[in-house]
Ligand binder design. Structure first.
Ligand code: APR
Ligand code: PHB
Length: 389
């Protein structure tokens, strides 16, 4: 098989890149190691920046998002037993769209199927070759017992944090920056109406909490947990009791509980690999960077990476190398700003095991300043709704 761009991974990055390239008339093939159903079974965050919404609209996959997604004009921060609203729209003129990553993925998959472009699911032993110095890189994989090769001009590594692409780069060509946080998030999804019409981020001595949603009838809640915790140790009842304990009394009284549809523990990590281009291999999304979910930036960063990558590749096929040459640099400037914001929000909202009473008081003072200073609220709002692409 021969194509212009071989995309590894059919998560949001790979599917969106495939959509953008197809829209621009650039031939591409996606190779994914899992099945489509497996990819759709992963529950992830669900807050889209306006730029991400516009990108989905630009390739005609925004209809269901506009019909079913929930535009939010603000978020709440809760600490010291009180709720404070950050009016995102009033402060920035922008809103965010609450629409699950699973649904974004489903819409992109549907559009991909309709386009008739090739997507190989359940590809085993995927490997990438001749990308550093060669002009003709290739991808190999095994499917149904046979080995297949895709000859291409470029390989897009959209294969997530554990993928093969970044791992195939010679160690002396890549620099990794990492911070692992000393706690996790236990998440629960349930068909119960959300506690409030906007998201509530909780700072509590018992630990962080988050009240989020997927729709008017489906809620997503999180509580900070220990890294040693196993999801099996957490019954639904234990989860609801812990969340209630972190909520102010009026909010706790309104909490509607119900059986979990899904429950899982996620580790929190900040990670960046530099650069993002290695000859004809270009990394995008979680393959190149991870943010802790506190700022809801993961999917949005993946979207801006692939927007820049698509622009670079379109430029290349039109005879201009400049945009592709600046791909890494352009992405990383935006990535580091989102890394900073996600790290800051994580530090502000969580109970760190090493924190003493001084650190705790400083955290509360910062929150107090944040919600009472328009300048500080605006700085947070500007980052939360997304910095310009
Ligand atoms: N070969 C083929 N596919 C692979 C391989 C491989 N060796 N390794 C991983 N994959 C696939 C995974 O099965 C997955 O479907 O690549 C895909 C990567 O998808 P994601 O992990 O969702 O990463 P990305 O598309 O960059 O999406 C970023 O996901 O984790 C969130 O916060 C993150 O919201 C952001 C988004
Ligand atoms: C979610 O709804 O899953 C969610 C929302 C906001 C975050 C993280 C996760 O910051």
């Amino acid at each position: 098989m021969r194509t212009q761009v071989a995309i590894i991974g059919a998560g949001p990055s790979g599917l969106l890149l495939g959509g953008l390239l197809s829209h621009a008339g650039i031939d591409n093939v996606i190779v994914e190691q899992r099945s489509g159903d497996y990819v759709l079974g992963r529950i992830r965050a669900g807050v889209l920046e306006q730029g991400t919404v516009e990108l989905l609209d630009s390739i005609g996959v925004g209809a269901r998002m506009h019909a079913e997604g929930l535009p939010h004009d603000g978020v709440e921060l809760c600490f010291g037993g009180k709720r404070h609203r950050i009016p995102l729209f009033e402060l920035t003129g922008k809103r965010v769209m609450v629409y699950g990553q699973t649904e974004v993925t489903r819409d992109l998959m549907q559009a991909r199927a309709d386009s008739g472009r090739t997507t190989v699911y359940e590809a085993d032993a995927v490997s990438v070759h001749d990308f550093i110095d060669g002009q003709r890189p290739s991808v190999r994989y095994r499917k149904d017992g046979a080995v297949h090769t895709i000859e291409c001009d470029f390989i897009a590594g959209c294969d997530g944090f554990h993928g093969v692409c970044r791992a195939s780069v010679p160690a002396d060509r890549i620099t990794l920056h990492e911070k692992v946080y000393p706690f996790g998030w236990l998440g629960l999804l349930a068909d119960v109406p959300p506690l409030s019409h906007e998201l509530i981020y909780l700072n509590h001595e018992r630990g962080f909490g988050l009240c989020s949603m997927r729709s008017r009838t489906r809620s997503r809640y999180y509580v900070q947990c220990s890294l040693d915790d196993k999801v099996e140790q957490w019954s639904d009842d234990a989860f609801w009791t812990e969340l209630r304990a972190r909520l102010p009394a009026d909010a706790a009284a309104n909490l509607v509980t119900g059986p979990s549809l899904e429950k899982s523990i996620a580790q929190l990590r900040s990670f960046v690999s530099e650069p993002m281009r290695f000859g004809r291999l270009l990394l995008a999304g979680d393959a190149a960077h991870i943010v802790p979910p506190t700022g809801a930036k993961g999917l949005n960063l993946a979207a801006s990476d692939v927007a820049y990558l698509a622009q670079g590749l379109v430029g290349h096929y039109k005879g201009s190398a400049t945009e592709l040459e600046h791909y890494s640099e352009r992405c990383l400037r935006r990535i580091w700003r989102a890394e900073r914001f996600s790290w800051w929000m994580t530090s502000l909202m969580h109970n760190f095991p090493s924190n003493g009473s001084f650190d705790r008081k400083v955290q509360l003072a910062e929150l107090d300043y944040l919600v009472h200073s328009e300048a500080a609220s605006k700085a947070m709002a500007e980052n939360y709704v997304g910095l310009p692409m």
